[in-house]
Write a protein that binds this ligand. Structure first.
Ligand SMILES: *Cc1c(COP(=O)(O)O)cnc(C)c1O
Length: 395
């Protein structure tokens, strides 16, 4: 890797490691010099099927022989295939395709505004949770309940009010007849793997119906099999009006989508919203195959088993080490909080030992392993992390 060239030419919008991976297989990544890493991050929740998955490589190979891109002025049958599989496992409706999570939420935001306006001129208020993450474009950034990301870019599109996650009393104060939609993640990923309480979610549903507000689930991170169901809200008997997905939805190719219930399929009309690349034939061909693979009962079952394996390990560590103050696990989304601000040091130490984990803030370690990781590598990686946490706690 020519680091000098990289640093001279690529905009510095990320804190990057100097490592570069040139090969991947399953849940393993390799550098050019052949050093091997167990990946507990999956490219931030994208490589759910790991690296070099035969379903992805074979589908992509076939899709390469057809036009890579045609415009959305023509029919693209892989879009229909992907949308049909998504709806088969969720609800009857329609899917809009775009290229990322932030764009999917942008589309949902526009849907909500147009929906609200169709009822009353001032029904354009949106509710979103404190510590949520919905993306970096201006509207999705407005939805993101984290002031540290918003400060330099104000004024943001207005109309968003924030409620405290899992706090019904606060939520009830915020919702009213002018609320057009409520955006929520069932597991706040970037916010630190905060898991929604079922009762909170169900009450939100009731209040949304009462106030004619759309309940929109942002399943960009918690979707695509991550929680042990194809989409996270399928863990609950929950009627959602719309949901967004991206990250793992096309196995690593850029894709995002918004799916709405039948009842709301005609809100966005020709001319209201569009994307040149959205639903590209190549990407949706792979996406359809990825969703099909991920939706298999046997696949989802092993996600739950491995999620429980992580949970059991974390519980044992928490009992053993006073240094761990909290653990949160939902499927294969996992986090542990540390009593000291050592998250970055632990991440760096893990990397040295061949394990990729992620720090959120200074006290939280997040794991999002590829869902296909073998139990042996999962245990190996957890053992590395355990050893390092134990050592840091004793320092
Ligand atoms: C990552 C993420 C997004 C943003 O997705 P991008 O593809 O980076 O635009 C939105 N919502 C959630 C919950 C996410 O985790």
């Amino acid at each position: 890797m020519n680091l000098k060239k990289f640093n001279e030419h690529v905009m510095l919008t990320y804190n990057r490691s100097d490592l570069e991976f040139v090969k991947g297989k399953g849940a393993m990544l390799y550098t050019a010099s052949g050093k091997k890493y167990i990946d507990f991050l999956a490219g931030l929740g994208v490589a759910n099927l790991g690296y070099n998955h035969p379903v992805i490589t074979q589908t992509a190979g076939k899709a390469l022989s057809r036009p890579l891109h045609v415009s959305n002025l023509f029919k693209i049958s892989p879009q229909a295939e992907m949308a049909a599989i998504i709806q088969k496992h969720t609800f009857r409706g329609r899917t809009f395709f775009c290229n990322s999570g932030t764009e999917a939420n942008e589309a949902a935001y526009k849907l909500a505004l147009k929906y609200g306006r169709s009822i009353a001129r001032d029904k354009i208020q949106i509710l979103s949770a404190v510590k949520s993450f919905h993306g970096r474009t201006l509207a999705s950034l407005a939805l993101t309940g984290q002031p540290k990301y918003q400060e330099s870019f104000k004024p943001l599109p207005g109309r968003v009010k924030y409620f405290k996650y899992n706090n019904l009393k606060d939520f009830k104060k915020k919702i009213n007849t002018r609320t057009a939609a409520v955006f929520i993640e069932t597991v706040q990923g970037e916010g630190g793997i905060n898991i929604v309480q079922e009762k909170f979610l169900k009450t939100i549903r009731k209040l949304c119906s009462q106030y004619k507000a759309l309940l929109i689930i942002d399943d960009v991170q918690a979707g695509c099999g991550r929680t042990g169901e194809l989409f996270s809200f399928l863990n609950y008997q929950l009627k959602v009006d719309a949901f967004t997905a991206a990250k793992g939805i096309a196995g690593g190719f850029p894709a995002g989508c918004l799916t709405v219930r039948d009842k709301y399929k005609n809100i966005l009309k020709p001319g209201d919203h569009a994307s040149t690349f959205g639903g590209n034939p190549f990407v949706t061909a792979v996406g359809a195959a990825v969703v099909k693979e991920t939706a298999k009962t046997s696949f989802l079952k092993q996600v739950k088993i491995k999620g429980n394996f992580i949970k059991d390990k974390f519980s044992a560590w928490q009992k053993e080490l006073d240094y761990i103050s909290d653990i949160r696990v939902m499927g294969m989304m996992a986090a542990l909080d540390l009593k000291k601000p050592n998250a970055k040091a632990i991440t760096a130490a893990c990397l040295k030992k061949g394990l990729i984990v992620n720090a959120i803030g200074t006290r939280t370690i997040r794991l999002l392993p590829p869902l296909v990781i073998g139990i042996i590598n999962l245990e190996k990686g957890l053992n590395i992390l355990h050893k390092i946490i134990k050592r840091q706690g004793n320092d």
